[in-house]
Design a protein around this ligand. Structure first.
Ligand code: AMP
Ligand code: MG
Length: 350
């Protein structure tokens, strides 16, 4: 004979009801946005996503970025990076790179060719002369620039497959600073996708928007105003997925003794910071590796050449901001962009 069920105490019943209610509420509530902040590539990195907090995910992301930095940085450090070792072999012998750095350098050489050399990963000697990102930036003597220019040129790099890359002239230096952040953002996107998460990867303004938000509304991201401090926007782009990278005069610059301001994006043809009439360019394109290379390439090209170049590329859109405060959009962005700053929005072809 079965024993009769024992009546529950009122306190236990209330507790059960509360547990069920809170489980129901949790199931119905939209997942909250988690955000992790850190430093990698010598800059600020953030990873945001909807779902439960996952410290291991962020750790894995930062570790990947540190690995890439160990491969690709050219900033002085105790243990040279693989790219620094390759640079030290310039004019001597080819040198293999680890797979990630080799992928980035190959893509950099591809974009150098496509852009007609406005993006060029061999700008290293010029970057070193100007030192814009260092504590001792200076306007180099014309003679120094003239001496460095023959060491610049993507055609002077030989890709010897298994044997690695050969920098054919002594003194040549690869600098992947204009493309490596994009590669890092792609890794963040890969990690989010592998976990089925939607979110935003942000490597110092190098963005990747992954998946859709819980309410299915598009992501809204600010486009940096190149005349204002970082974090102040001139407009908002609404996108459901994709990568967005900006190059601009505001990112890194110094002012010389004569009060002239010099920024960090160099024209490999002249050896001087690009004076292209642009203050900033934002490229929308995936993967971010491509968007990053393109933002630099198009910035150096200037508005007219840059606009035509972007038009010729599949699945690529751009926002151009001129030094005269005009703003031009490629047609595919028109309905995704809202101006918030004091700029003149120009339509049609420049
Ligand atoms: P970004 O901010 O992506 O436009 O990259 C600029 C960084 O890339 C600079 O700080 C330099 O290290 C390097 N760089 C400058 N000019 C060029 C160029 N024309 N092509 C490739 N890399 C460049
Ligand atoms: Mg770039």
């Amino acid at each position: 004979m079965s024993s009769p069920a024992r009546p529950r105490s009122p306190a236990l019943s209330a507790l059960l009801a509360l547990t069920v209610l809170s489980a129901l509420l949790t199931a119905c509530a939209p997942p909250s946005l988690q955000r992790h902040d850190g430093i990698a590539f010598g800059t600020n990195v953030a990873l945001s996503y909807y779902g439960p907090r996952d410290e291991m995910l962020f750790l894995e992301f930062i570790r990947s970025l540190q690995d890439y930095e160990n491969q690709m940085t050219i900033w002085d450090r105790e243990l040279p990076s693989d790219v620094m070792t390759l640079n030290a072999q310039a004019g001597l012998s080819p040198r293999p790179l680890p797979p990630e750095a080799a992928t980035v350098l190959r893509r950099a050489l591809y974009w150098a060719e496509q852009s007609g050399g406005t993006f060029d990963p061999t700008v290293g000697p010029l970057v070193g002369l100007w030192g814009v990102a260092t504590d001792h930036p200076k306007r180099p003597a014309d003679s120094e620039i003239a001496a460095a220019l023959p060491l610049v040129g993507w055609q002077k790099v030989e890709d010897r497959g298994q044997d690695g890359f050969f920098l054919t002239r002594p003194g040549m230096k690869i600098d992947l600073g204009a493309i490596a952040k994009g590669y890092g953002a792609d890794e963040g996107a890969r990690l989010l996708r592998a976990r089925g998460l939607s979110g935003i990867v942000d490597i110092s303004g190098n963005l990747f928007l992954v998946g859709s938000k819980p309410d299915r509304s598009p992501w809204r991201v600010g486009v940096q105003d190149p005349f204002k401090p970082r974090g102040q926007y001139l407009g908002v782009v609404s996108l459901s997925e994709g990568s967005l990278v900006t190059s601009g005069i505001y990112e890194r610059y110094f002012t010389d003794e004569e009060g002239q301001r010099w920024h960090h994006i160099l024209d490999p043809a002249t050896g001087f910071p690009a004076d292209s009439g642009l203050a900033g360019v934002t490229i929308v394109r995936s993967p971010s590796l491509d968007a990053d290379a393109l933002s630099t390439a198009v910035f150096v090209m200037g508005l007219h050449r840059g606009y035509a170049f972007v038009e010729g590329l599949a699945d690529t859109e751009a926002v151009f901001v001129t030094t005269d405060r005009d703003l031009w959009l490629t047609p595919g962005l028109a309905e995704h962009f809202r101006l918030t700053g004091e700029f003149t929005l120009r339509t049609g072809r420049p």
